[in-house]
Design a protein around this ligand. Structure first.
Ligand code: AMP
Ligand code: MG
Length: 401
């Protein structure tokens, strides 16, 4: 048996190189940039008006404060999407709307509120500042400007920027492709009506598939097998096409009907480790075949979940270019707890938080690895080494689900 730290270290050293993929914006939400990105275009792309009003030549209106309002002839209109292609001559103005292209000859925009309709044109009531209400081409940034650094997670704001400057596809870390192999002759479909007294409902399939989706990975295929070595080998081999990570559930302990490890080795995996000095989740097996990792998760649902959470999830995050693997918080222990055993304990806890107070954790009484309530009532877990004792009031780090 190896320690939790050693297991994480071995995994870290064996995470395959993340792959790059060019992806359309519609498919990129939540993905992480594989490289720095620069803008192919300037912003704004063309000089345009910041206001609804009149495009004018500043030299025509600069004396209004001393000489009084000035009447300009309105010679046409520049609308957003319908430019005015002529040139604004001295004594002329062009009606203009927000976002419309500034016509040749004009250098400033007088907003509607500073004008009055006049029979022969428009009366300009206030002297504009030169260049007023004009958004100049490239004033935000020029073509070739740096936009985002490698490692940026793509969210709605980044997507808007790409759309605005004409980036159509972006280089991101490819989502790891995960397949599931669920073992157990005793399993029945959760919605099955014909559940026999000796059967149990399969809760790991939906748990592991949703945990996979939740981690941003791509769920590829799911297969179920009975506890049969030949069948396990055959289905495992089939699942390995287009799979980066194979998650197996159950059949990885020392029972006579546990075949995952033998099947894995029969299809060419080499063991990275088997059995970790931890509770729950001791039987975890990890094998590697070239760039594919196989996790043999224990069948007990809590063990499977904790192993997924502590070992699989960080690997999926790394493959997607992310390094923030665990969310955690510091909290006060509200009870005395000792690890009397010789394995690292992942103790599931509930976090209570009063306003302006440090969060306090409560232990969950039933910690059995077959008891799903130990994770459904928990907000996270603390890690307690063999022999460690925590007294009420002590501070501890809680890994949050
Ligand atoms: P195993 O790791 O295959 O020895 O299974 C350990 C325990 O987990 C047994 O009680 C199994 O019945 C149970 N178990 C295995 N697979 C599942 C599953 N997919 N859903 C719920 N319980 C399971
Ligand atoms: Mg089993």
């Amino acid at each position: 048996m190896i320690s939790v730290e050693k297991a994480l270290e071995i995994l870290e050293a064996n995470v395959p190189e993340p792959k790059r993929v060019e992806i359309r914006l519609e498919d990129a939400l939540g993905m992480i940039l594989f490289s720095d990105l620069v803008s192919p275009e300037s912003a704004p792309r063309f000089t345009n008006s910041a206001m609804d009003g009149y495009a004018v030549r500043w030299s025509d209106c600069c004396g209004i404060a001393s000489n009084g309002p000035k009447i300009l002839q309105v010679h046409g209109e520049s609308q957003a999407g319908v430019p005015f292609f002529g040139t604004v001559q001295p004594g002329e103005a062009i009606r203009i709307s927000t976002g419309a292209m500034l016509p040749e000859g004009a250098d400033s925009v007088v907003k509607v509120e500073d004008t009055e309709e006049a029979p022969s044109g428009v009366k300009i009531l206030a002297t504009p500042i030169h260049g007023q209400n004009v958004r100049v081409e490239g004033e935000e940034f020029k073509a070739g400007a740096f936009l985002f650094a490698k490692g940026t997670r793509v969210g709605p704001r980044e997507l808007a920027m790409f759309a605005a400057v004409g980036v159509k596809t972006i280089p991101v870390y490819r989502s790891p492709r995960v397949s599931l192999l669920i073992t157990g002759t005793e399993l029945a479909e959760p919605d099955s009506e014909l559940i026999k007294p000796y059967q149990i409902r399969d809760s790991n399939t939906i748990m592991l598939s949703s945990a996979t989706n939740d981690s941003g990975a791509h769920l590829n295929k799911i297969c179920h097998v009975e506890d049969d070595l030949a069948q396990t080998i055959q289905v495992m081999e089939e699942l390995l096409t287009e799979t980066d990570i194979l998650l197996c559930s159950g059949g990885v302990s020392v029972g006579r009907h546990d075949h995952v490890k033998d099947a894995a080795e029969a299809v060419g995996f080499s063991e990275l480790f088997w059995k970790i000095r931890q509770k729950p989740g001791k039987p975890l097996y990890v094998g590697r075949r070239q760039d594919t990792l196989l996790f043999g998760l224990p069948g007990n649902p809590v063990s499977a979940f904790m192993c997924f959470y502590h070992y699989v999830r960080p690997v999926l995050a790394r493959l997607q270019g992310s390094s923030n693997e665990y969310r955690s918080m510091t909290a006060r222990v509200g009870f005395q707890v000792k690890n009397h055993g010789n394995r690292t304990n992942f103790i599931r806890v509930k976090v209570a938080k009063e306003p302006n107070e440090l969060a306090c954790i409560k232990e969950i009484a039933q910690q059995g690895s077959h008891m799903l309530s130990s994770i459904t009532t928990a907000d996270g877990y603390i890690i307690l080494e063999p022999g460690a004792l925590l007294e009420p009031g002590e501070l501890v780090e809680v890994a949050l689900f």
